[in-house]
Design a protein around this ligand. Structure first.
Ligand code: DNO
Length: 348
């Protein structure tokens, strides 16, 4: 296991030196954030991120994310041009020592929450999801917190229209087409693709979502067996689906999980939930059982603490403060150490 920390590049208010001070931290997870989706990231930009990370004593072996252009998800004739750029990005990532690229295949919207500052009794805040509030929102005129409004209203409208009639089956075919097209670049660059599950793991605004449960992974690996086709195991995203047995999934796919986002959530009503600190006792995700399942089944990937709370008066990017993610990293390092040592003792 290699413990990593998400770093939003030079604009991140958390300096690399602080990340390095979290004991057990080996590297950062980052990206080039200001090149439009579908274009090639200049190699120099990646080299600069690498140099900054290395100067702070950290590696840079995971990129989150290289986003997938909507034309690829839509299966438009123009997709081949964007896939070509993606292949080039994979090759460039390989040149700077990246081993794993996290990406998702969610149409239009990435993760969705309805509250970024849900208040806990102890004063902490965290992200929360209320299904009724989401269902009541108008996707064409979305003012959900966290939704970065990267499209103008007209663009968003056109995009939603383009997805009209998109089925789960067709979207899946488009994912397989994309993966088959980029696998040769992954082979050449020694880079693993690690798909992030849909968050939340169900359809939103009538848009299909296809990476939500065990059967989705089985189908994906049957269609694209190349070992460079792997998983970002996000316990918060998958865990929002009460139908998912996370320890069982972690055990089953351990060798195909190249990157693990470990975090906690607490169910409220139905499909509603709020996020919490990482410890198993803090919610419904059995973080201990997941770590155990990963270790026992040969997981050898990257881990990062995922969304934490804002605590101790920190007013950081929701989910991405320093304090609670650092506590999460320390907790996760402890779990891994205990489970790994227990296993070594058993094997000796
Ligand atoms: C949210 C993140 C996601 C993730 C992408 C991966 O906090 O986990 O935005 O980076 O879905 O492509």
């Amino acid at each position: 296991m290699k413990m990593t920390f998400r770093w939003y590049g030079e604009k991140d208010c958390i300096p690399l030196s602080y990340i390095k001070e979290i004991q057990g931290m080996t590297g950062v997870v980052t990206a080039v954030y200001d090149v439009p989706v579908g274009e090639v990231w200049p190699l120099e930009r990646l080299q600069r991120l690498l140099a900054l990370s290395n100067a702070a004593g950290l590696s840079m072996e995971v990129i989150e994310s290289v986003p997938v252009h909507e034309d690829i998800k839509l299966g438009k004739p123009t997709r081949d041009r964007y896939i070509e750029a993606y292949r080039q990005n994979i090759l460039n990532c390989g040149k700077v020592g990246v081993k794993c690229i996290c990406y998702n295949f969610m149409p239009v919207f990435d993760w969705l929450r309805t509250d970024l500052r849900f208040k806990h009794a102890d004063g902490a805040t965290s992200l929360a999801y209320d299904h009724a509030a989401l269902a009541a929102a108008d996707p064409e005129n979305l003012h959900l917190p966290g939704w970065d409004e990267s499209y103008s209203p007209a663009e968003l409208s056109a995009l939603l229209a383009a997805y009209r009639g998109m089925t789960h089956e067709k979207l899946f075919e488009n994912l397989v087409y994309f993966l088959n097209a980029v696998m040769p670049a992954c082979n050449a660059a020694g880079v693993n693709m690690a798909i992030h599950p849909d968050d939340p793991p169900w359809d939103v605004f009538g848009l299909p979502r296809i990476v939500c449960r065990e059967a989705d992974y089985d189908r994906l690996f049957a269609a694209v067996p190349n070992p460079h086709n792997g998983i970002t195991f996000c316990t918060g995203s998958l865990g929002a689906g009460r139908f998912n047995d996370l320890p069982a999934m972690a055990a089953k796919y351990a060798k195909r999980i190249y990157f693990a986002h470990l975090r906690q959530l607490k169910y409220t009503n139905g499909t509603d939930f709020y996020e919490n600190g990482h410890q198993t006792a803090a919610g419904n995700v059995d973080v201990y059982a997941i770590v155990r399942a990963l270790v026992e089944n040969g997981f050898d990937g990257y881990v990062r603490p995922d969304h934490g709370r804002n605590i101790w008066g920190e007013d950081a990017k929701p989910g991405y403060g320093l304090y609670d993610r650092a506590l999460g990293a320390a907790y996760l390092c402890g779990l891994f150490e205990a489970v790994e040592k227990e296993l070594q003792t058993k094997e000796a």
